[in-house]
Design a protein around this ligand. Sequence first.
Ligand SMILES: C[S@@+](CC[C@H](N)C(=O)[O-])C[C@H]1O[C@@H](n2cnc3c(N)ncnc32)[C@H](O)[C@@H]1O
Length: 243
Amino acid sequence: HYTSTSLSDFMSDKLLNHFKDNEEFQNNKTYKILDPSCGEGELLYSVKKILDREKLEYKLMGIDTNEYAIRQASSRFSNVNTEIVVGDYLELFNKAKENLSTTDSHSYPLEMADMIIANPPYVRTQILGADKAKSLGREFGLKGRVDLYQAFLVAMTRQLKDGGLICVITSNRYLTTVGGKDIRNFLNENYDILEVIDLGDTKLFDAAVLPAIFVGRKKTNKLSLRNDDVPFIRIYEELNNKN
Ligand SMILES: C[S@@+](CC[C@H](N)C(=O)[O-])C[C@H]1O[C@@H](n2cnc3c(N)ncnc32)[C@H](O)[C@@H]1O
């Protein structure tokens, strides 16, 4: 399920608005933006529109397992500084992670990113299979069986520079389930959480999954702010039998 243009624009606005508050980035000349499961590049395209308007220099980095989608994405970004490749993000991440550093890295295509925007695959443990779900949990330091998007959240966080920004839409299950506890703790430890938007039953996708958007700034010091005061919006079309 690809992200619609209006939702992509909404997420990009969030990302770039928070990014403008980021003093650490004032001197950074070429911003690196990553979508590790970019499909046909809708999210990167929305970010590009804003960066062009703001006359900022950038490099767009996209990965997807789907060759056809990557061909479509590449053709959208001709004449733009991009690295858009076919690949399994989690495999690429596992191969390159030793070389990823908090400053910079040239382990193509996994350079450290200033901003990450993503709608990673949501694949439940029942569908992944118990063995795969468990081995993902082990590899990414999460207990129990994990959904694919949780492994993406860990890998993306490692690839984000300190002080960098992420805006990601995933299943909303981790917000409330027992199985989501590890990933909630992980996000709380690693981010100054800027916004959480639970899109509830608004049916933005055909999938039977209810989505939520998470916006965060990667902590420069893990012991800093404690996320006591995070703006949280929950949108439901129907709640307690009322529209
Ligand atoms: C929910 S779609 C989102 C696509 C795009 N970011 C968008 O918002 O339109 C998830 C994408 O993840 C890709 N994908 C699935 N497993 C992947 C993996 N292991 N590594 C990279 N991409 C993957 C799928 O091919 C699909 O394009």
